[in-house]
Design a protein around this ligand. Sequence first.
Ligand code: RIB
Ligand code: CA
Length: 314
Amino acid sequence: MTAPRKIIIDTDPGQDDAVAILLALASPDELDVLGLVAVAGNVPLALTEANARKVCEVAGRPDVKVFAGCDRPIAQPLLTAEHVHGATGLDGIDLPAPTMPLQAQHGVDFIIDTLRAEPPGTVTLCTLGALTNVATAFARAPDVVGRVAELVMMGGAYFEVGNITPAAEFNIYVDPEAAAAVFASGVKITVASLDVSHKALTSRDWVAGMRALGTRVGEVVAAWTDFFERFDTAKYGSEGAPLHDPLVIAWLLRPDLFTGRQVNVEIELEGRFTRGMTVADWWGVSGRAANAFWLGGLDRDGFYALLSERLARL
Ligand code: RIB
Ligand code: CA
């Protein structure tokens, strides 16, 4: 039995973030969650940090360390997504205010200190929102970049185009400067973009299966899914909604569920209509060095079977 992989989850809950956190906490044999770091994104930081604590309490894990990170992007005002996630960011079911503590340390300092304290190459960063915290940590402490085992992120889009603009995916668009810095940092990156998350659509049967668990987690996940599905099914005309962020955790647990390609990814910063676009050189025509493993294929049914099996444990 190998030791669990140490991970830090950087997150902007967000119902799909919440499911990703539950999936990680349901997998202690494989994943050691060193901490959650909230970032401003889907909703402001005051809500994302509280939501992260609410999720831990839903999972029965008030021991998890939750930190507040950056409350705004590096170089532009904060853009939020209440239209998708609701005013609280976790609409769909009313959860009690969290009673577990928020850590006093700033989330960026937690990332830096943890990377310095743990042996090099043993901590994986999992980002589910804008890359503001990670980019800020790398800028403040360049020595930690080489200590990161790998960064697995939800963000970007290429074949699936954008979801917040015609060209850009939300996590990148919230803080393009942060994304550009991270992709230029040299850290080992795996990207779960809309290209793969749009293959991970929920279904009525799966949501019914969550409710049939008869557990608090099943009830809450079904309620969150019912809520955030309404926006995407209306927008895309699909039966279900893409469950984006849990794919980051699923990659760590079952990489065999995915296919992908090592490519060059650049972040557009100047384009009048394309700012925040992830320009993925899928066919290698640019001559630029590959800097990311871009996930493309997904065994959708295998993913949902994994998710159901793990969430049933909580
Ligand atoms: O574009 C989807 C991403 O934006 C997901 O991480 C969702 O939670 C939002 O943050
Ligand atoms: Ca997110």
